[in-house]
Design a protein around this ligand. Structure first.
Ligand SMILES: C[S@@+](CC[C@H](N)C(=O)[O-])C[C@H]1O[C@@H](n2cnc3c(N)ncnc32)[C@H](O)[C@@H]1O
Length: 331
């Protein structure tokens, strides 16, 4: 049996086979993991049955395991998805169920299948791909809530009692704000760091080997460091040692406290958290930074929550490919 190709009409555009199909136009072999939406709510095939199978699932089995005119028997027929799949592919069907209403619906669906009128979800309808702005796509926070709600509570418990006014210790020398009392990023950073250390968040490092060869980087990206080194050497290239360091990790959650420049925030989000994630040292990265309301009472330059959030959303979700949580703080 075959399932639709991703690019059904694709042809060779050069070489001896130019103009011929580069893939089987009848479809490709299904992969090892079959992704078929289950039948619920708005699914085209949905009936009153609480655990109805998608017809496509049984179709694959019918096509792979039986020949035309064979008899397909489902002794737990439900609303007859197996019978429908059988009829759609010129097999005979029989079945039983203890619920009369299901059998009535099964008979009706079998008739519709025979007449080619069974409502069905088209097999080549693409799956819904979340857009960057969908809530479903904002998965870092959900990951924390599902896997480590206590860590999320702890992060909030560390932040909340910090009295920002105590850290308004810097007298501005900037022309536009001369003499004004501003938040001190260094003092704030020291206070946050102290509290995370007290709560036993630990420093972590991830190391890796880089090279100038693009293909070799792709090949070695997910390998452990020694294997990366070996692969690069055996390809005749020079392995260059590199590492990232982060101050606070607990239960595979990394926290970065960032009152520094805008570029440092971008570095944390798109390089650092990413490095730990790819190195399989963390599952989610948390970035704590001031909101605009606080940042504008600092000397020029620090990044702020709203800007960083925009940067992440602009990339489209899935990029960076590490689940992130941005925490904006304001006094
Ligand atoms: C998981 S459902 C099957 C759903 C079916 N594949 C479909 O797509 O509609 C299992 C069915 O087995 C039926 N059943 C339970 N005990 C049975 C029995 N002893 N004999 C026949 N059917 C039974 C239930 O009523 C239920 O409809």
């Amino acid at each position: 049996m075959r399932v639709p190709q991703k690019y059904p009409g694709k042809k060779y555009y050069k070489g001896a086979k130019i103009g011929q199909y580069s893939c089987n136009p009848l479809g490709k072999n299904p992969g090892d993991v079959w992704v078929i939406p289950n039948v619920k709510h708005n699914h085209t095939e949905k009936t009153v049955h609480p655990c109805q199978f998608p017809v496509e699932l049984i179709e694959r089995l019918v096509l792979a395991l039986t020949k035309e005119n064979d008899l397909v028997v489902d002794p737990y027929l439900g609303v007859g998805s197996a019978a429908c799949a059988a009829i759609l592919h010129n097999r005979k069907a029989a079945g039983a169920d203890v619920v009369e209403e299901y059998l009535r619906i099964a008979a009706e669906r079998a008739r519709l299948s025979w007449e080619g009128k069974l409502p069905r979800r088209p097999v080549d309808r693409p799956f819904y791909v979340p857009r960057p702005t969908d809530r479903i796509a904002q998965n870092g926070h959900e990951w924390l809530l599902v896997h480590h709600p206590e860590i999320w509570r702890e992060i909030q418990a560390i932040i909340k009692p910090i009295d920002a006014d105590k850290y308004k210790t810097k007298i501005s020398k900037e022309k536009t704000m001369k003499g004004k009392l501003l938040y001190s990023p260094a003092a704030l950073n020291a206070r946050f760091s102290e509290d995370f250390k007290k709560a036993e968040w630990e420093e972590s490092r991830t190391s890796y080997w880089v090279t100038e060869d693009y293909n070799l980087i792709r090949k070695t990206l997910h390998l452990p460091p020694d294997e990366q080194k070996r692969e690069i050497e055996s390809a005749g290239r020079r392995p260059i040692f590199s590492y990232n360091q982060t101050d606070f990790v607990k239960k595979r959650v990394a926290v970065e406290i960032q009152f520094g420049k805008y570029s440092f925030v971008a570095y944390d989000l798109f390089v650092k958290h990413m490095a730990f994630y790819v190195g399989d040292a963390i599952d989610v990265g948390v970035e704590i930074l001031p909101m605009k309301a606080m940042q504008e009472q600092m000397s020029s330059g620090p990044g702020y929550y709203e800007g960083a959030l925009y940067d992440v959303v602009r990339q489209g979700r899935g990029v960076p490919a590490v689940p992130l949580v941005l925490v904006g703080i304001a006094p």
